[in-house]
Design a protein around this ligand. Structure first.
Ligand SMILES: Nc1ncnc2c1ncn2[C@@H]1O[C@H](COP(=O)(O)OP(=O)(O)OP(=O)(O)O)[C@@H](O)[C@H]1O
Length: 456
């Protein structure tokens, strides 16, 4: 049974009856009607896939003009309807005209059942694949929408970041390969997507591939695809990520994690601009814009022989080096406020600000996880906070991760200052309570009481 619903429109009762009897054995649902005037109601009430439409309705007419009129009418309701016309022998010219207007095929009356079945089966397949394409287009556009929301605009007034943004805007519309360097969580993916969004390929696919998570085994099949039977689990042909990104941008993240043999394979694809699926002999041309990123020191790796120099030259036409968050000064509070607004809305809290002490602490913290860590810290603080502002307690920053600067301020509440001093002393003496207590002028018991009080 083919999964398709068919509507047959003909003014001849005998034709409708024989169509219904035959088609019911092969298709999901078969509806019939005598007059095309019922089309609107039938189409609005039923999920119809294919319409089998007669060309003449009024007695004595045979020019097919009515059929053409109703064909146009159906396609004006939805241009994706699949319409097949029924026409008498000798009226082939009319059928050709109908196909030009959007019918997908025609059959001659009286029909042979086998021929009718073959035509309708092909039409059902076409309808199914059209539906699939539509669904994929919808998914694609909603993913694109999600990405755009996820990566709004790059936030940052720091002069390095401003310079990077200017460079990015200049480079984006060219097809130059861009290598983005920076510690974890500095926004490499955000920059990569921003490059794509500002490029001429913005309407095409942005394909993110995390090379760090691909095993040696999966590398080729994921990136280059495979043909049916290429290996035990290859049940059907599958394009790789490069082919899927054709016309768009491919972002190869964590490129510093590739082993030397895989670097060689990648280089050959980049040099030849072709991919060959596993198990295939045909090289397929690809047109992709390449963006790569890593937190590894590629130049040092080249010197040590763990990263190929020729591959580095191929990928780093333009290099963007993202600064770590601890070097971005006021951007820390700018980003913190940005995340505060997002999470206050998400968790329905009316928190409006971060108090001055907490702001100082954010500036003094070393942010080893960079913007991603800041985002998590603020999210947690918003969840924990009971007031209208984020305090030092809400931030729950790890004392071990403060840099050399001290976040102490003269206007700091006594409690918070005490907590910071306790933290610093414990950190300085690597957790040795006796020494930390001695430095603070406290007994061990008094220090323990404070540790408990501050939840350290
Ligand atoms: N300038 C920015 N403005 C707003 N949010 C940002 C900015 N840069 C990064 N982020 C946010 O910080 C988080 C980390 O960013 P991203 O994933 O781009 O970093 P990354 O450098 O690619 O990290 P990794 O090296 O771990 O893959 C994301 O949630 C991202 O939305």
């Amino acid at each position: 049974m083919t999964d398709a619903n068919i509507l047959v429109i003909d003014d001849d009762d005998d034709i409708l009856l024989s169509a219904r009897l035959f088609l019911k054995q092969h298709f999901n649902q078969v509806l019939t009607c005598k007059s095309p005037r019922e089309i609107n109601v039938l189409l609005s009430k039923n999920e119809i896939d294919i319409i089998l439409l007669d060309m003449n309705y009024q007695k004595g007419t045979s020019d097919g003009r009515e059929g053409l009129y109703w064909l146009e009418h159906i396609l004006s309701i939805d241009k994706d309807y699949i319409v097949i016309l029924m026409t008498a022998f000798g009226n082939v010219e009319l059928a050709v005209q109908a196909i030009k207007k959007g019918a997908i095929d025609f059959i001659l009356k009286p029909w042979e059942n086998e021929k009718l079945f073959a035509t309708l089966s092909a039409a059902a397949k076409l309808r199914q694949s059209n539906k699939k394409v539509k669904k994929l287009e919808k998914i694609h556009s909603s993913l694109q929408h999600d990405m755009e929301r996820k990566f709004e605009n790059i936030i940052g007034n720091n002069e390095n970041v401003q310079y990077l943004q200017k460079t990015m805007i200049k480079v984006a519309p060219t097809d130059a390969n861009v290598l983005i360097l920076g510690e974890n969580g500095t926004g490499k993916q955000v920059f990569a997507y921003e490059l794509h969004k500002n490029s001429l390929r913005r309407k095409q696919f942005f394909m993110h591939v995390d090379l760090g998570s691909l095993s040696e085994n999966l590398f080729e099949s994921e990136l280059f695809g495979y043909t049916k039977g290429a290996f035990t689990d290859a049940k059907e042909d599958k394009p790789g990520r490069f082919e899927m990104a054709d016309g768009g941008t491919i972002f190869l993240d964590e490129i510093g994690n590739l082993s030397l043999p895989l670097q060689a394979k990648l280089l050959s694809v980049l040099q030849n601009q072709t991919v060959t699926r596993l198990g295939d002999s045909r090289a397929r041309k690809i047109d992709v814009r390449l963006i790569t990123a890593t937190n590894m020191p590629l130049n040092e790796m080249v010197a040590k022989g763990t990263f190929r120099q020729d591959l580095l030259f191929r990928i780093n036409t333009v290099e963007l080096i993202l600064p770590p968050l601890r070097e971005r000064g006021d951007d820390i509070n700018l980003l913190a406020m940005h995340f505060l607004n997002i999470f206050a809305t998400k968790y329905h809290k009316s928190i409006k600000t971060i108090n001055p002490t907490a702001q100082q602490a954010l500036l003094a913290y070393s942010w080893p996880g960079n913007i991603r860590e800041l985002q998590h810290v603020i999210e947690r603080a918003v969840i924990m906070s009971d007031g209208l502002e984020i305090t030092m307690e809400d931030l729950q920053l790890s004392p071990q991760k403060f840099g050399n600067q001290t976040p102490l301020q003269t206007d700091m509440p006594l409690d918070e200052m005490e907590k910071l001093m306790v933290n610093k002393a414990i950190e300085k003496h690597k957790g040795n309570i006796s020494r930390a207590a001695a430095e603070l002028g406290l007994t061990r018991a008094a220090l323990y009481r404070r540790i408990e009080k501050f939840g350290l």
